[in-house]
Ligand binder design. Structure first.
Ligand code: AMP
Length: 412
């Protein structure tokens, strides 16, 4: 027998019984984005590798270890996108969106790729929904985007979610603090993990995120960036907190919060869910005031987030039953095929969900099949006999003219 294939490691199939819940999530997201004026954007699934190296940062795990990078036939280095913000900023600059009324408010959904160790809630191809407000430095923009995700989580009914917020300050103000943090790390380097040690100079903040026991002990006494913000950053953070309260979005402040991407400035946030085990973050993001300029655009403040579609669905952990169709048309013999096809086509144009027997079953087999697929009604067509419409739930049957079927079903 020929060898069978499996989906590649870290990937998964979305089967029809799982698709309904996913659809509900996408529909909710579209509605929530629309109500606040966020409009859809689609960028390619791959980009120049350099975009992520420059945008996400060379010291990040994503760029160092997790990118699916390949060379095309012209020798260009391309990468399957590991995240959505750098590509959207690339598009903002490429299409001169700074000339549009600001901020430009964008929303997206689609597949992303990271070569991570697969586990529950962590895949190599996964889907994100995200939103970005580009061109505003107002704390109101921070709160508007955070509220989008908070509303989505609430509308979907995701249980056990907490919003954590922090601030990284501006790039300039952070520099002095980073020196202090680095000397703290250097002074206790023998207690740190190799990974943290290697990155003391290039990315000391990541030490806050480490699971390594020794590193955790060192980080418990580390200075906090929140205590080193400059007055403008502090004011921004204070206003974000006030406005979140005004929007009735609950949050906790986490002075050790950091994120895995280099581009963040000022506000950062993370929605975590207690039902998810190790991979507990449903979604998160923050402000990235320097990124557009770093990608060759004008100085443009921006804020946004991404949420993991699969994590939201895992936290919901429920399958939506696929509703049965309205009508199954069963035929006694091949003579009724044309009639059945014509009627199905007409009823479908009226928006009815209609199915036909495509497997050449006997009349008895067709009735059994209609029952298995949960059809609400069955219409039987037999030569020389009137058509009969049966409601499956009540088993009530009546003779009908095919032209009356639509009316009959609508009335029930
Ligand atoms: P990030 O782009 O790293 O800020 O991640 C944003 C969100 O995407 C996370 O909160 C997760 O919900 C989701 N996510 C990130 N990486 C993965 C992955 N490998 N598998 C599934 N979901 C992920």
């Amino acid at each position: 027998m020929a060898e069978k294939f499996k989906a590649p490691r870290g990937t998964f199939d979305v089967l029809p019984e799982q698709a309904a819940q996913r659809e509900r999530l996408f529909r909710s997201a579209r509605e929530i984005f629309g109500r606040s004026g966020y409009r859809g954007i689609i960028t390619p699934d791959f980009e120049d590798t350099a975009l992520f190296e420059r945008g996400v940062g060379k010291s990040t795990d994503i760029v160092r270890k997790e990118m699916f990078t390949f060379e095309d036939k012209g020798g260009r280095s391309l990468t399957l996108r590991p995240e959505g913000t750098a590509p959207i900023c690339r598009a903002y600059v490429e299409h001169g969106m700074h000339k549009l009324p600001q901020p430009v408010k964008l929303a997206y959904q689609g597949p992303f790729f990271r070569h991570e160790r697969p586990q529950a809630g962590r895949y190599r191809q996964f889907n994100q929904i995200g939103a970005e407000a580009i061109g505003s430095d107002s704390p109101m923009a921070d709160v508007e985007v955070i509220t989008l995700l908070s509303d989505l989580i609430e509308e979907m009914g995701v249980p056990g979610v907490e919003l954590q917020i922090g601030s990284l300050g501006s790039l300039e103000a952070r520099a002095a603090y980073l020196e202090e943090l680095k000397s703290h790390l250097r002074s206790r380097s023998e207690e740190l993990s190799d990974d943290v040690n290697e990155r003391i100079e290039i990315n000391p903040l990541r030490a806050f995120d480490s699971d390594h026991p020794g590193t955790k002990v060192v980080m418990a006494d580390a200075p906090h960036l929140l205590d080193h913000l400059d007055p403008a950053d502090t004011e921004h953070f204070e206003e974000v907190k006030q406005l979140l309260n005004a929007a009735s979005v609950e949050f906790t402040i986490d002075p050790t919060l950091v994120r895995g991407l280099d581009y963040y400035t000022r506000t950062i946030f993370s929605f975590v869910c207690d039902r998810l085990g190790a991979q507990s973050e449903i979604g998160g993001g923050g402000r990235y005031d320097g990124l557009i300029a770093q990608l060759g655009g004008p100085d443009t403040p921006a804020v946004g987030w991404a949420a993991g579609v699969e994590r939201i669905l895992l936290a919901l952990d429920e399958e939506v039953e696929i509703p049965g169709g309205d009508l199954f048309i069963a035929i006694e013999s091949a003579d009724q095929r044309a009639k059945a096809v014509a009627l199905a086509s007409e009823l479908r144009h009226h928006g009815m969900v209609v199915e036909l027997d495509l497997a050449g079953r006997s009349m008895k087999g067709q009735l059994k099949h209609a029952d298995r697929i949960n059809s609400r009604f069955v219409l039987t067509l037999s030569p020389g006999e009137p058509a009969r419409l049966r409601e499956m739930a009540t088993n009530q049957q009546q003779e009908v003219q095919p032209s009356e079927v639509l009316e009959q079903i609508r009335r029930t």
